[in-house]
Design a protein around this ligand. Structure first.
Ligand SMILES: Nc1ncnc2c1ncn2[C@@H]1O[C@H](COP(=O)(O)OP(=O)(O)OP(=O)(O)O)[C@@H](O)[C@H]1O
Ligand SMILES: [Mg+2]
Length: 319
């Protein structure tokens, strides 16, 4: 039996064939969609409950239409003094609008490189990145990026740091001040507007960086180990803050972290990267109910999920 559906936002036509007597389903995505994209359609479809053909088709089409970020077959390497260094190898994944996805993987495997490619700061050797159906070739204003270090300008106050992207864009000063203040309130820094970066703690500086990344109201927020340099207690508090901010703004987030606990607490899905050249070794859905608090980490479901992520890391020799 064959059913068909149109999913207009991604402008693709999906034909689903259900092979008689087989458990598995094969999906054919036409209209120039690549083989990798077909695999993504299959991945999405596998997460759907067993429904009749018509409902399956509708559900898959609906899920596809909510895909904000699509990464297809990324490869990148660098010329190094001792020869070619292959960093990413066939990395493909998708992120739905409003989803929180975490990457975990060993040091030096290419996580920062991956975020830089998604942000359009670098070009892949081959493969493509699509944001809302449009190929990313240059840095875009609808992508916010927070690095491991806050990278604030030492000679500008907290408020001036947060306002900077709007000023560079020619926004009126009064409007930029107003927007910066609203974000400083959101990240819990009201009262520190006139402080300089040297007068802040590590956690406060990262809050400023987060506010600065949010000032353009980006559709996609990329976080590269934003709490990596913080002590364990501050890091836990910042995770909670991030959950609160995410709840308030409902951004789509792609975050890199070394902490399995942090990934499971924050994410809807955890993707595990292999050693360099990195590829995706596993995808683990985190179906813990929200809102999540630090107490969530004491529940058996949380412990079981962290165990699953660690199992993959250990099976792949990544820890
Ligand atoms: N511009 C560049 N030129 C040459 N090599 C590079 C460049 N950028 C990254 N690399 C190499 O790519 C590899 C991956 O780097 P990347 O910073 O992406 O790793 P990472 O997974 O983020 O590591 P970490 O967890 O330590 O932050 C490293 O071996 C690095 O030397
Ligand atoms: Mg890195």
């Amino acid at each position: 039996m064959v059913t068909e559906a149109n999913s207009s936002p991604v402008n693709c036509r999906i034909v689903i064939r259900r092979a008689q007597g087989e458990q598995s389903l094969t999906f054919y995505a036409s209209c120039g969609l690549s083989h990798t994209y077909e695999r993504q359609v299959c991945m999405i479809a596998r997460t759907m409950p067993a429904l009749d053909d018509r409902r399956w088709t509708e559900e898959v089409a609906a899920a596809l239409s909510e895909t904000l970020l699509r990464v297809e077959d990324l490869h990148i390497g660098y010329r190094q003094p001792r020869g070619w260094l292959s960093v990413l190898d066939e990395v493909s994944f998708y992120v739905f609008e409003g989803e929180f996805v975490c990457f975990v993987g060993p040091s030096g495997c290419g996580k920062t490189t991956l975020l830089r490619l998604v942000a359009g700061l670098e070009q892949p050797t081959s493969g493509r990145v699509y944001l809302d159906g449009e190929e990313v070739r240059n840095p875009r204003r609808d992508v916010g990026l927070v690095f491991q270090e806050p990278t604030l300008m030492a000679w500008r106050t907290v408020q001036q740091n947060v306002m900077l992207p709007l000023e560079l864009n020619g926004c009126r000063r009064g409007e930029a001040c107003y927007q910066a203040q609203a974000l400083l309130d959101l990240v819990g820094l009201a009262g520190f507007e006139d402080a300089y970066p040297a007068q802040l703690s590590g956690g406060m500086a990262q809050r400023v960086a987060l506010a600065r990344a949010l000032i353009h109201d980006p559709r996609l927020l990329l976080l590269d180990e934003p709490f990596g340099a913080l002590d364990a207690m501050t890091r836990e508090r910042m995770s909670q803050e991030l959950l609160r901010i995410w709840g308030a703004r409902r951004k789509t987030v792609l975050m890199v972290t070394h902490s399995v606990n942090e990934a499971v607490l924050l994410a809807d899905r955890v993707l595990v990267l292999s050693q360099r050249p990195a590829s995706i070794k596993a995808e683990i859905a985190i179906d813990l109910p929200r809102p999540r608090q630090l107490e969530t980490m004491e529940t058996p479901a949380f412990v079981a999920l962290t165990h699953r992520v660690r199992e993959v890391l250990s099976r792949e020799g990544l820890v």
